[in-house]
Design a protein around this ligand. Structure first.
Ligand code: ATP
Ligand code: MG
Length: 358
């Protein structure tokens, strides 16, 4: 009987609602599926961290996370933090940079019962998560961006061979388990050194995976291709900012940003985190869509299953995924998907499905 400790970071806005809904669903699936148990360890993040410890990611949170097998993070509303907190790295950046979570993996897949504007699609974006135009504020203090006069801001990007190599390897490894096709997205025709290094390094890595077919597009052309023929893409690898933008686009194209999951990983740790933000406009109203967060947790379960060679975790993941799909197909869903269920009603319906095996 395996027990996994999961660090739980509720976050701001709709964070507590969707994270708690996710925890309930996972606990129900574990109970139904077999002998696995999860120990959910709640740790302060965002406003809760600021109020209790004076920091959006307090030291105690980082310390305890290291004792957990995996983490689930809600969104944060860092634009609303007090000015002295805004000087610091935001909670996602703090965790990504502290723990070097270099790969942000964001799948976009059409689902039965959800309207897609691009027909069927099933692709995964590998976003480099540590540098580019969002470099580590501590490591590159003063270098990232600065004012040279009150009217001129200069913004630098950081592009390293190491970061390109490791995200490319992650993408190609995934491609080997999927359709053996990788698309590199960049803008090497304009930012020649930075994106040039990224592109060249990805192509070098590609040589180690001769079975994988490789092509590449400029980011602007890629945005157009994604809208016109999303079904032709499978694994996409790109830099930090392009991945940020492209994955929101892909998420919305196949249904709704509220459904879009993601996982942040290195080779030792992984953190589930829905692709969307904290949605302060609907916070506390019990109408948020918890599916993006739940499917992020499903990705974390699959990651843990591979890491710990534990097939039961895969079964729990499939049960949760299937129960979400069936519930939506039955027409029970939140307002953003055209339904009228509250977050708690939707979650209860998913749990009921889990109780009957999906
Ligand atoms: P951030 O900078 O934190 O990423 P953002 O500006 O990208 O934030 P979001 O918080 O993602 O914005 O919200 C964008 C819109 O999508 C809002 O109108 C919000 O209500 C809606 N939205 C986001 N997530 C969800 C969700 N899970 N359920 C329902 N609506 C959502
Ligand atoms: Mg956003």
């Amino acid at each position: 009987m395996a027990t996994y400790q999961i660090g739980v970071l509720n976050g701001d806005g709709i964070g507590p609602e969707i994270v708690q809904a996710t925890v309930e669903v996972i606990a129900a699936a574990a109970e139904f599926a077999g002998t696995t148990t999860f120990d959910f360890v709640s740790l302060p993040m965002g406003w809760e961290g600021i109020e209790k410890h004076g920091e959006p990611i307090p030291a105690i949170t980082k310390e305890k996370l290291l004792e957990c097998h995996g983490w689930i993070m809600g969104p944060h509303d860092s634009s609303a933090y007090p000015p002295e907190q805004k000087e610091k790295r935001n909670p996602s950046g703090e965790l990504r940079h502290t723990f070097d979570l270099y790969a942000n993996i964001r799948p976009s897949k059409t689902m039965p019962g959800i309207k897609s504007v691009v027909g069927e699609a099933d692709l995964v974006i590998f976003r480099e998560n540590t540098e580019g135009f969002y470099p580590d504020r501590n490591m590159y203090a003063g270098l990232g961006e600065y004012m040279i006069t009150p009217d001129i801001a200069v913004v630098n990007g950081v592009f390293t061979r190491k970061a390109a190599e490791r995200i490319a390897h992650a993408a190609f490894r995934m491609a080997m388990q999927r359709k053996r096709k990788v698309t590199i997205v960049h803008k090497a025709n304009v930012i020649r050194l930075g994106y040039g290094l990224f592109l060249d390094t990805c192509r070098e890595v590609a040589r180690q995976y001769p079975e994988v077919q490789v092509d590449d597009y400029h980011i602007d052309a890629m945005a157009a291709h994604l809208v016109r023929r999303a079904k032709d893409f499978d694994v996409i690898v790109t830099t930090n900012m392009f991945g940020d933008i492209l994955s929101d686009l892909a998420g919305e194209l196949v249904g709704s940003l509220g459904l879009a999951p993601s996982i942040n990983t290195n080779d030792r740790q992984a953190m589930a985190q829905a692709a969307h933000g904290s949605a302060p406009d609907i916070a506390g109203k019990n109408i948020a869509n918890p599916v993006g967060e739940m499917l992020s947790m499903v990705m974390l379960l699959d990651w843990l299953a591979s890491r710990h060679q534990d097939q039961e975790l895969h079964r729990i993941a499939r049960l949760v995924e299937q129960s979400i799909m069936t519930t939506i197909e039955e027409g029970i869903c939140t307002r953003d998907l055209g339904g009228d269920a509250t977050t708690t009603e939707f979650t209860a319906a998913i749990i009921k499905r889990i109780g009957s095996g999906g």
